[in-house]
Each structure stands twice: as structure tokens, then as C-alpha cells.
Ligand binder design. Sequence first.
Ligand code: G3P
Length: 220
Amino acid sequence: MKFFIDTANLEEIHEARSLGMLDGITTNPSLISKESVSNQKEIRSHYLSICHLLKNEEDISAEVISTNYEDMVKEGEELSLVHPRIIVKIPMTQDGIKSINFLSKKGIKTNCTLVFSEGQSILAAKSGAYYVSPFIGRIDDISYNGLHLIKNIKKIYENYNFKTRILAASIRTPLHIIECSKIGIYAVTSPIQVIKNLLRNPLTDIGLDKFMKDYKNKII
Ligand code: G3P
């Protein structure tokens, strides 16, 4: 199971790397807006800095901010030239799937984002998206079940041997990660804190405390 970190922050990327928990990065315009960048030139240079931290098979999804086909394609081509590890992230809209189709045929990898239904996931795969990003947490936010969606997408993709990789996004809790692993999802992308929360168990803390006390009481 791949752990992607949903961030554009260099310190968080370093931290994930130091934990040995970095398989890739996903960003979006909201995450980029939290960094000290104020124009397209600075944003692309920031993507490049992130790419320089990546190794082996790791990649970074960089999202287009255009919304019409011509501009999305142009922006996608430009982003793909910033660094070979960049995956062009494109929203699930009519112009979006046209752009994914075009870019995929040119050999440019894409991540179809803002996916909230099985139907959208089929269109993403049919367009040739390299990744599909269903947003689990935002579905849970409106009282539906994000994990059901993920399970259904996995089944649909298996039925037709679609090659698009499922990158479960909008992960909010350790349980989301655990359930995705049971379903057999290719990758999850989450804030680093959610991955760190997998560590937490009071029995581990109590057990460690007792081991240390017993040891110190007897051994000098
Ligand atoms: O990058 C897309 C997704 O992971 C966003 O998550 O928590 O803003 O719904 P969230």
C-alpha cells in the first residue's frame, strides 16, 4: 500500500521522508495557496523543489487551475515539462475528461480529481487517467459512505481490468487508511498527521511505561 502525503509543504515532505512513509505527494490549489508562492512562476519553481525531494517511483500530482479544455491541455503540457515526476491533476468535468484523454494519448500521466461517484470513476478510467482520486472524507461529510464508493470503484475496475490506479483522497482518519488497506486500494493520500495517528494506542504507552519502570526498579 502506498502512502502519499497530501501537502505542498517542504517540511512535511521531509518529515514523511524521515519516517520512511513517503511514496508520493498530492497537492491541490488550496494546499498550494498555503505556501509562500504568489504567481505561476513561483508555483512551478515550488513544484520543482518538491520534485527534487522525490526518489525512485515517487511522483507529485500538480493540479491545473484552468477550467476549459484548451487551457487545461496547455497548462497540463507545461506542468509535465517542469519535471518528469509531475502527474497532471485534472478535475472531473466534461472539459477535464477531454483533457485527460488528450494528455494520456500524448503519454502525459494524469490524476483525475474531485471524483465522488462510481460513474465519474468509470469516465476517469475510460479517459486513460493514470490515477483516480475519489474523495472519501468529503463524502462522509455529507452523510454518505466514502468507503462504499472506494469498494465499488475497485470492483468496477477489476471487472474491466481498467489500469487506472485508485488513489483514495480526502483521508481524514486512521480508520480510512485501515479500511482502504482491507479493500486493497493502491494508495491513500492524507495529511501526515493521519499517518502518525496510526501509531497511537494507549496500551503501547502503558506497556512501555511499565517496562521502563520495572527495569529501573531492579537494574542499576
Ligand atoms: O487533495 C485532495 C484531497 O485529499 C483533499 O482532502 O481533506 O481537503 O477533503 P480534504
